[in-house]
Ligand binder design. Structure first.
Ligand SMILES: Nc1nc2c(ncn2[C@@H]2O[C@H](COP(=O)(O)OP(=O)(O)OP(=O)(O)O)[C@@H](O)[C@H]2O)c(=O)[nH]1
Ligand SMILES: [Mg+2]
Length: 301
């Protein structure tokens, strides 16, 4: 009897900040592995999400939004996002239906001109527009690049996501199973835990504060009472930001801690004790040594 072939491949998700790349990744993986927020430049690393079924494995790569960098951290983010273009079998270029075409999208389209891979235009957030607007958007975009297909979705509500996945699976080449059945991401729990903490800071603060922080996990310890004890430090750039993160009588830090702990407990499936500290590291986003130390390491890419 002939064995059915196994299909596999890598697909990157690129686009401007805030278009919904991480929301899409989490939806298709069915678990939160990438943090999300309404602030631009939420994602800072590439994050693989692995989708495996009986005869295929697709590895999606969530990437930082492509933007005009203002510091070394931004350079790193854009560089690793662009680097994925050369490492994959297909590209999802995601746009925000509610925003429409802009210079930032053209910048990405210019990058795509030199890439010889199928590019799918994914129009996300269609729950925010009406069908006429969608039609106009498709007409506008279809002449801008030779897209393999244009697929409208809502990552938040799930509209048409199954269709997109079916189309992608269809075009996968025959290939090996790269990851075991039960593995859903390339990052260790330690990374996801630090990201969950960062997400809560992003959601609770505004303006420059959310962009100025990094989170470092100092220690993770399994206690005899079944609890996991986690010690982490939130790094900020200025003393004033430290005050904001701590809040009045520690109220903000407490809120961040409680919310992050809930997510971490869901991830680990166990009770967690979370101890958070805040530390100032001046101008860390522009200093190679700290970027390296906080997990934004050029050499790894
Ligand atoms: N209405 C609506 N909102 C969405 C949809 N998808 C994502 N969002 C929202 O858009 C915001 C940004 O989502 P993210 O998934 O963090 O966007 P991203 O592209 O990963 O952003 P960066 O990591 O900064 O590049 C969040 O507030 C999401 O809830 C959608 O389909 N519809
Ligand atoms: Mg993201």
């Amino acid at each position: 009897m002939q064995q059915d072939s196994f299909k596999s491949g890598f697909i990157t998700i690129i686009g401007r900040p805030n278009v919904g790349k991480s929301t899409f990744l989490n939806r298709i993986i069915g678990q939160k592995i990438a943090i999300m927020s309404d602030k631009a430049q939420t994602t800072r690393n590439t994050i693989q999400g692995v989708m495996t079924d009986a005869n295929s494995q697709i590895i999606f790569i969530d990437t930082p939004g492509i933007h005009k960098p203002k510091h070394k951290l931004g350079d790193f983010m854009v560089k690793i996002a662009e680097n994925t273009l050369n490492e994959v079998d297909a590209i999802l270029f995601m746009i925000n239906a509610a925003e429409g075409y802009g210079r930032g999208d053209q910048f990405i389209i210019d990058r795509l001109e030199s890439v010889d891979k199928p590019v799918y235009l994914v129009i996300n957030k269609i729950d925010q527009i009406n069908p006429d607007q969608l039609f106009d958007l498709i007409v506008e975009y279809k002449d801008k690049y030779n897209f393999q297909e244009i697929i409208p979705i809502s990552a938040l509500e799930g509209n048409n996501v199954d269709h997109l996945l079916a189309v992608l699976k269809e075009q996968l080449p025959d290939g090996p199973q790269y990851y075991p059945d039960d593995q859903i991401t390339d990052h260790p729990e330690r990374f996801i835990i630090s990201e969950f903490i960062r997400e809560k800071v992003l959601q609770q603060t505004k303006e420059e504060v959310p962009h100025s922080i990094a989170v470092v996990i100092d220690k993770i310890e399994q206690k005899p009472n079944e609890k996991v004890e986690i010690h982490a430090t939130i790094i900020v750039e200025r003393k004033s930001q430290k005050g904001i993160i701590i809040g009045k009588q520690g109220s903000m830090l407490k809120k961040i801690g409680t919310q992050a702990r809930r997510d971490i407990e869901r991830l680990l499936g166990t009770k967690v004790y979370l101890d958070l500290w805040v530390k100032v590291q001046k101008d860390w986003r522009n200093r190679e040594q700290y970027l390296h130390e906080f997990g934004y390491n050029q050499d790894e890419y």
